[in-house]
Write a protein that binds this ligand. Structure first.
Ligand SMILES: CC(C)(COP(=O)(O)OP(=O)(O)OC[C@H]1O[C@@H](n2cnc3c(N)ncnc32)[C@H](O)[C@@H]1OP(=O)(O)O)[C@@H](O)C(=O)NCCC(=O)NCCS
Length: 216
Protein backbone atom coordinates (compact mmCIF):
# COMPACT_ATOMS: atom_id res chain seq x y z
CA UNK A 1 0.00 0.00 0.00
CA UNK A 2 0.96 3.60 -0.37
CA UNK A 3 0.93 5.65 2.82
CA UNK A 4 1.91 9.12 3.87
CA UNK A 5 5.43 9.82 5.10
CA UNK A 6 6.12 10.62 8.73
CA UNK A 7 8.97 12.48 10.45
CA UNK A 8 10.20 11.66 13.96
CA UNK A 9 12.99 13.25 16.01
CA UNK A 10 15.49 10.62 17.15
CA UNK A 11 17.18 10.33 20.55
CA UNK A 12 20.30 12.08 19.19
CA UNK A 13 18.30 14.97 17.70
CA UNK A 14 18.48 13.87 14.08
CA UNK A 15 15.29 13.61 12.02
CA UNK A 16 13.98 10.24 10.85
CA UNK A 17 11.80 10.04 7.75
CA UNK A 18 9.53 7.01 7.43
CA UNK A 19 8.08 6.56 3.95
CA UNK A 20 6.96 3.74 1.61
CA UNK A 21 9.80 1.83 -0.03
CA UNK A 22 9.83 2.78 -3.72
CA UNK A 23 11.20 0.92 -6.76
CA UNK A 24 13.96 3.56 -6.95
CA UNK A 25 15.25 2.25 -3.57
CA UNK A 26 16.01 -1.20 -5.04
CA UNK A 27 19.80 -0.98 -5.40
CA UNK A 28 20.29 0.62 -1.99
CA UNK A 29 17.97 -1.91 -0.35
CA UNK A 30 19.98 -4.81 -1.81
CA UNK A 31 23.22 -3.34 -0.38
CA UNK A 32 21.45 -2.80 2.94
CA UNK A 33 20.12 -6.38 3.06
CA UNK A 34 23.62 -7.80 2.52
CA UNK A 35 25.09 -5.42 5.11
CA UNK A 36 22.55 -6.20 7.85
CA UNK A 37 22.82 -9.93 7.14
CA UNK A 38 26.55 -9.64 7.86
CA UNK A 39 26.10 -7.52 11.00
CA UNK A 40 23.83 -9.81 13.04
CA UNK A 41 22.97 -13.49 13.46
CA UNK A 42 19.40 -12.52 14.36
CA UNK A 43 18.17 -12.27 10.76
CA UNK A 44 17.11 -15.20 8.56
CA UNK A 45 19.72 -15.17 5.82
CA UNK A 46 23.49 -15.19 5.43
CA UNK A 47 24.80 -12.36 3.17
CA UNK A 48 25.52 -14.79 0.30
CA UNK A 49 21.83 -15.76 0.26
CA UNK A 50 20.80 -12.29 -0.91
CA UNK A 51 21.06 -12.73 -4.68
CA UNK A 52 18.19 -10.56 -5.83
CA UNK A 53 18.70 -8.60 -9.04
CA UNK A 54 17.79 -4.92 -8.93
CA UNK A 55 15.03 -5.63 -11.44
CA UNK A 56 13.49 -8.34 -9.25
CA UNK A 57 13.76 -6.11 -6.18
CA UNK A 58 12.03 -3.26 -8.06
CA UNK A 59 9.18 -5.67 -8.92
CA UNK A 60 8.88 -6.74 -5.28
CA UNK A 61 8.76 -3.12 -4.10
CA UNK A 62 6.13 -2.25 -6.71
CA UNK A 63 4.17 -5.29 -5.45
CA UNK A 64 4.16 -3.85 -1.93
CA UNK A 65 2.91 -0.48 -3.24
CA UNK A 66 0.11 -2.19 -5.18
CA UNK A 67 -0.96 -4.56 -2.36
CA UNK A 68 -3.63 -2.98 -0.10
CA UNK A 69 -2.90 -5.58 2.63
CA UNK A 70 0.87 -5.07 2.90
CA UNK A 71 3.23 -2.20 3.64
CA UNK A 72 6.99 -1.87 3.25
CA UNK A 73 8.47 1.17 5.01
CA UNK A 74 12.02 2.49 4.81
CA UNK A 75 13.64 4.47 7.63
CA UNK A 76 15.74 7.34 6.30
CA UNK A 77 18.01 9.35 8.60
CA UNK A 78 18.20 12.90 7.31
CA UNK A 79 21.49 14.79 7.10
CA UNK A 80 22.44 16.95 10.06
CA UNK A 81 24.32 16.79 13.31
CA UNK A 82 22.83 14.97 16.26
CA UNK A 83 23.00 16.44 19.75
CA UNK A 84 26.15 14.42 20.37
CA UNK A 85 27.71 16.06 17.32
CA UNK A 86 27.63 12.90 15.25
CA UNK A 87 27.09 13.46 11.58
CA UNK A 88 24.06 11.87 10.02
CA UNK A 89 25.86 10.12 7.22
CA UNK A 90 28.79 8.00 8.32
CA UNK A 91 28.77 4.88 6.15
CA UNK A 92 30.88 1.90 6.98
CA UNK A 93 30.26 -0.04 3.81
CA UNK A 94 32.41 2.11 1.54
CA UNK A 95 29.58 2.79 -0.87
CA UNK A 96 29.01 6.13 -2.51
CA UNK A 97 25.89 7.98 -3.56
CA UNK A 98 25.60 9.47 -7.00
CA UNK A 99 21.89 9.20 -7.66
CA UNK A 100 20.26 12.26 -9.11
CA UNK A 101 16.77 11.22 -8.02
CA UNK A 102 15.30 13.82 -5.69
CA UNK A 103 14.26 11.27 -3.08
CA UNK A 104 17.17 8.92 -3.53
CA UNK A 105 18.88 7.53 -0.49
CA UNK A 106 22.46 6.60 0.00
CA UNK A 107 24.58 4.05 1.74
CA UNK A 108 26.47 7.11 2.89
CA UNK A 109 27.85 10.40 1.69
CA UNK A 110 27.86 13.52 3.81
CA UNK A 111 24.75 15.64 3.30
CA UNK A 112 22.72 12.82 1.74
CA UNK A 113 19.82 11.03 3.47
CA UNK A 114 20.86 7.54 4.60
CA UNK A 115 18.78 4.37 4.48
CA UNK A 116 19.00 3.13 8.08
CA UNK A 117 16.52 0.26 7.97
CA UNK A 118 13.22 -1.11 6.81
CA UNK A 119 10.11 -2.79 8.12
CA UNK A 120 7.23 -4.67 6.53
CA UNK A 121 3.80 -5.99 7.35
CA UNK A 122 2.30 -8.81 5.29
CA UNK A 123 -0.82 -10.94 5.67
CA UNK A 124 -0.32 -14.21 7.56
CA UNK A 125 -2.51 -15.89 4.93
CA UNK A 126 -5.30 -15.33 2.42
CA UNK A 127 -8.01 -17.53 3.95
CA UNK A 128 -10.94 -15.66 5.50
CA UNK A 129 -10.31 -17.12 8.97
CA UNK A 130 -6.80 -15.63 9.20
CA UNK A 131 -7.31 -12.35 7.38
CA UNK A 132 -7.30 -10.43 10.66
CA UNK A 133 -3.62 -11.35 11.31
CA UNK A 134 -0.46 -9.77 9.89
CA UNK A 135 3.26 -10.51 10.34
CA UNK A 136 5.87 -7.86 11.09
CA UNK A 137 9.54 -7.85 10.07
CA UNK A 138 12.15 -5.20 10.91
CA UNK A 139 15.90 -4.60 10.68
CA UNK A 140 18.31 -1.67 10.93
CA UNK A 141 21.95 -1.12 10.07
CA UNK A 142 24.01 -1.60 13.24
CA UNK A 143 25.24 2.01 13.34
CA UNK A 144 21.60 3.10 13.80
CA UNK A 145 20.64 0.78 16.66
CA UNK A 146 19.53 2.38 19.93
CA UNK A 147 18.25 5.69 18.53
CA UNK A 148 14.54 4.93 18.73
CA UNK A 149 14.13 4.06 15.04
CA UNK A 150 12.78 0.57 15.83
CA UNK A 151 10.15 2.03 18.15
CA UNK A 152 9.08 4.65 15.58
CA UNK A 153 8.88 2.10 12.75
CA UNK A 154 6.82 -0.44 14.70
CA UNK A 155 4.42 2.17 16.08
CA UNK A 156 3.83 3.45 12.55
CA UNK A 157 3.37 -0.07 11.18
CA UNK A 158 0.82 -0.75 13.93
CA UNK A 159 -1.09 2.38 12.89
CA UNK A 160 -1.05 1.25 9.24
CA UNK A 161 -2.09 -2.29 10.21
CA UNK A 162 -5.11 -0.98 12.14
CA UNK A 163 -6.02 1.15 9.14
CA UNK A 164 -5.89 -1.91 6.86
CA UNK A 165 -8.21 -3.74 9.27
CA UNK A 166 -5.80 -6.15 10.94
CA UNK A 167 -6.58 -7.09 14.55
CA UNK A 168 -3.43 -9.03 15.47
CA UNK A 169 0.24 -8.43 14.66
CA UNK A 170 2.72 -11.30 14.98
CA UNK A 171 6.47 -11.76 14.76
CA UNK A 172 9.25 -14.14 15.66
CA UNK A 173 12.71 -13.34 16.95
CA UNK A 174 15.82 -15.41 17.57
CA UNK A 175 16.49 -16.31 21.22
CA UNK A 176 19.17 -14.06 22.68
CA UNK A 177 18.03 -10.97 20.76
CA UNK A 178 17.50 -8.95 23.94
CA UNK A 179 17.33 -5.60 22.14
CA UNK A 180 14.60 -6.95 19.84
CA UNK A 181 12.71 -8.49 22.78
CA UNK A 182 12.81 -5.18 24.72
CA UNK A 183 11.58 -3.29 21.66
CA UNK A 184 8.69 -5.67 21.04
CA UNK A 185 7.58 -5.68 24.68
CA UNK A 186 7.71 -1.87 24.66
CA UNK A 187 5.36 -1.97 21.65
CA UNK A 188 2.89 -4.26 23.44
CA UNK A 189 3.93 -7.70 22.16
CA UNK A 190 3.99 -10.70 24.48
CA UNK A 191 5.39 -14.20 24.02
CA UNK A 192 3.05 -16.82 22.59
CA UNK A 193 5.36 -19.73 21.82
CA UNK A 194 8.71 -21.10 20.78
CA UNK A 195 10.00 -23.05 17.78
CA UNK A 196 12.79 -25.26 19.03
CA UNK A 197 15.92 -25.56 16.81
CA UNK A 198 14.35 -23.11 14.35
CA UNK A 199 17.72 -21.98 12.97
CA UNK A 200 20.82 -24.03 12.15
CA UNK A 201 24.08 -22.15 11.66
CA UNK A 202 26.99 -23.07 9.41
CA UNK A 203 28.99 -24.13 12.48
CA UNK A 204 26.33 -26.75 13.29
CA UNK A 205 24.78 -24.92 16.28
CA UNK A 206 21.06 -24.17 16.61
CA UNK A 207 18.83 -21.45 18.05
CA UNK A 208 15.14 -21.28 18.91
CA UNK A 209 12.67 -18.74 17.55
CA UNK A 210 10.39 -17.00 20.07
CA UNK A 211 6.89 -16.15 18.81
CA UNK A 212 5.20 -12.93 19.93
CA UNK A 213 1.96 -11.17 19.10
CA UNK A 214 -0.16 -8.19 20.07
CA UNK A 215 -3.80 -7.22 19.68
CA UNK A 216 -4.00 -4.00 17.69
C1 LIG B 1 16.07 -5.06 17.01
C2 LIG B 1 16.14 -3.65 16.40
C3 LIG B 1 15.12 -3.56 15.27
C4 LIG B 1 15.83 -2.64 17.50
O1 LIG B 1 15.73 -1.34 16.93
P1 LIG B 1 16.31 -0.05 17.71
O2 LIG B 1 16.04 1.14 16.89
O3 LIG B 1 17.72 -0.32 18.09
O4 LIG B 1 15.37 -0.03 18.98
P2 LIG B 1 15.05 1.24 19.88
O5 LIG B 1 16.19 2.19 19.82
O6 LIG B 1 13.72 1.74 19.48
O7 LIG B 1 15.09 0.60 21.34
C5 LIG B 1 14.15 -0.31 21.84
C6 LIG B 1 14.34 -0.53 23.31
O8 LIG B 1 15.30 -1.58 23.57
C7 LIG B 1 16.07 -1.24 24.72
N1 LIG B 1 17.39 -1.85 24.59
C8 LIG B 1 18.39 -1.43 23.83
N2 LIG B 1 19.43 -2.28 23.92
C9 LIG B 1 19.06 -3.26 24.74
C10 LIG B 1 19.70 -4.43 25.23
N3 LIG B 1 20.94 -4.77 24.83
N4 LIG B 1 19.02 -5.23 26.07
C11 LIG B 1 17.77 -4.91 26.46
N5 LIG B 1 17.12 -3.81 26.02
C12 LIG B 1 17.76 -3.00 25.17
C13 LIG B 1 16.17 0.25 24.71
O9 LIG B 1 16.32 0.70 26.01
C14 LIG B 1 14.90 0.71 24.03
O10 LIG B 1 13.90 1.11 24.94
P3 LIG B 1 13.79 2.64 25.41
O11 LIG B 1 13.74 3.49 24.13
O12 LIG B 1 12.49 2.69 26.14
O13 LIG B 1 14.97 2.93 26.20
C15 LIG B 1 17.56 -3.36 15.86
O14 LIG B 1 18.47 -3.40 16.91
C16 LIG B 1 18.03 -4.31 14.77
O15 LIG B 1 17.77 -4.07 13.61
N6 LIG B 1 18.72 -5.40 15.14
C17 LIG B 1 19.26 -6.36 14.17
C18 LIG B 1 18.20 -7.03 13.36
C19 LIG B 1 17.13 -7.64 14.22
O16 LIG B 1 17.39 -8.18 15.26
N7 LIG B 1 15.90 -7.55 13.72
C20 LIG B 1 14.76 -8.12 14.38
C21 LIG B 1 14.59 -9.50 13.94
S1 LIG B 1 13.17 -10.24 14.74
Amino acid sequence: MRFEEKRVTLKDGRVLLIRPAMPCDAEELIRYLKQTAAETRFLLRYPDEWNLTAEKERELLQGYLDNPSAAMAVAIVMPGAGENGAEASRPDDGSSADSAAADAVSGGADGVPVLAGNSSIVPVGGARRVRHRCALAIALKKEFWGLGIGTALIRYQQELARRIGYERMELEYVEGNERGKALYEKCGFSETGRIRMANKYDDGSYSDDILMSVTL
